[in-house]
Design a protein around this ligand. Structure first.
Ligand SMILES: NC(=O)c1ccc[n+]([C@@H]2O[C@H](COP(=O)([O-])OP(=O)(O)OC[C@H]3O[C@@H](n4cnc5c(N)ncnc54)[C@H](O)[C@@H]3O)[C@@H](O)[C@H]2O)c1
Ligand SMILES: O=C(O)C[C@H](O)C(=O)O
Length: 329
């Protein structure tokens, strides 16, 4: 049976994450090896030519699953009938730019894109926001799309999750595949909290295996939370291939589900669980079944974790208040 192609829109398609992402979508890593895709590339007008260059290379790969590529600078066209939207293009913070300026500049991008999704996307639309500040950009887009169920707007903390897996595996001389139930809580920022208290390494409690609170507080958490800045320092550019990989993981999990006995971290609109105010787009542990995620319930949060979750959530609340003050939500 021939399957109907899934429409996947990527914004910022000519950027560095776009370049690392598009080829993996087209080769079947996003949705599965038997799912054909149509790609829609949204860029600003001056970057259309670069996007055309990437599309030429996609053509030259002769990917059997790639059924079409459309390039546009019009969000209404880019999101028409879209099933999966990866919002990567964002305004980076430049020298002298205050946080409020950054939020306002991104509001100018994510508000119209949210509206275009609201007006044109397919009923089953799933949105992943990668462009920073990802959680609050997702909130802006979601607020501009009142006809789309709020839970379809998510923000990426899977890169943080993957970073934490590797740091923990290195510390414990284990394999990343042995580690389950790790959680990123809060914002995709330096305040995020990677939590190993419920994680398991080959079936044993990770915090007990590590048994080193100083390493946790002084090395593990700051290494994971500040990894983006460390990559920028080392590469002279922000993480791209690992960010694209995490975007693939996030959507793949959302569409295909979590494995039994494990969960993933996703930035999602809070339902009030774990004391996170309802509506904030915060990272939680989630399981996914049949294309829908649920927050893992009933985890005991110790004092060490509580203070850190609260601090990151407080930052999210401040960002929400700032964009509310700017009339963006
Ligand atoms: N959530 C995460 O874990 C994570 C990780 C890494 C990077 N990021 C963020 O992802 C974003 C993109 O990173 P990059 O390295 O690809 O940046 P980049 O500067 O290489 O590319 C961004 C692209 O977005 C385009 N763009 C700008 N405004 C647009 C608009 N209105 N519509 C469509 N396209 C638009 C630009 O023309 C550019 O081609 C940044 O905000 C970065 O901070 C997030
Ligand atoms: O682009 C950045 O500021 C860093 C990025 O969010 C990352 O975590 O690598």
């Amino acid at each position: 049976m021939t399957r109907t192609p899934v429409n996947v829109t990527v914004t910022g398609a000519a950027g560095q994450i776009g370049y690392a992402l598009l080829f993996r979508i087209a080769s079947g890593h996003l949705l599965g090896p038997d799912v054909p895709v149509n790609l829609r590339l949204l860029e600003i007008t001056p970057a259309l030519k670069a996007a055309e260059g990437t599309a030429m290379e996609l053509d030259d790969c002769a990917f059997p699953l790639l059924r079409g590529i459309q390039i546009t600078d019009d969000a209404n066209v880019a999101f028409d009938g879209t099933n999966v939207a990866l919002l990567v293009g964002a305004r980076p913070r430049t020298k002298g730019m205050e946080r409020g300026d950054l939020l306002e500049a991104n509001g100018g991008i994510f508000k119209p894109q949210g509206k275009a999704i609201n007006d044109h996307a397919a009923d089953d639309i799933k949105v992943l926001v990668v462009g920073n500040p990802a959680n609050t950009n997702a909130l802006i887009a979601q607020a501009a799309a009142p006809d789309v169920p709020a839970e379809r707007f998510t923000a990426m903390t899977r890169l943080d999750h993957n970073r934490a897996l590797t740091q923990l595996a290195k510390k414990t001389n284990s394999q990343v595949s042995d580690i389950k139930k790790l959680t990123i809580w809060g914002n995709h920022s330096a305040t995020q909290y990677p939590d190993i208290f419920h994680a398991e390494i080959a079936g044993k409690n990770a915090a007990e295996v590590v048994s080193d609170e100083q390493w946790l507080a002084d090395e593990f958490i700051p290494t994971v939370a500040k990894r983006g800045a460390a990559i920028i320092e080392a590469r002279g550019a922000s993480s791209a291939a690992s960010a694209a990989n995490a975007a693939i993981d996030h959507v793949h999990t959302w569409v295909n589900g979590t494995e039994a006995g494990n969960w993933a971290s996703m930035g999602i609109p809070s339902d009030g669980s774990y004391g996170v105010p309802e509506g904030l787009i915060s990272s939680f542990p989630v399981t996914v079944k049949d294309g829908a995620y649920s927050i893992v319930q009933g985890l005991e949060i110790n004092d060490f974790s509580r203070g850190r979750i609260d601090a990151s959530v407080q930052e999210l609340a401040e960002e929400r208040d700032a964009v509310r003050g700017l009339g963006l939500i």
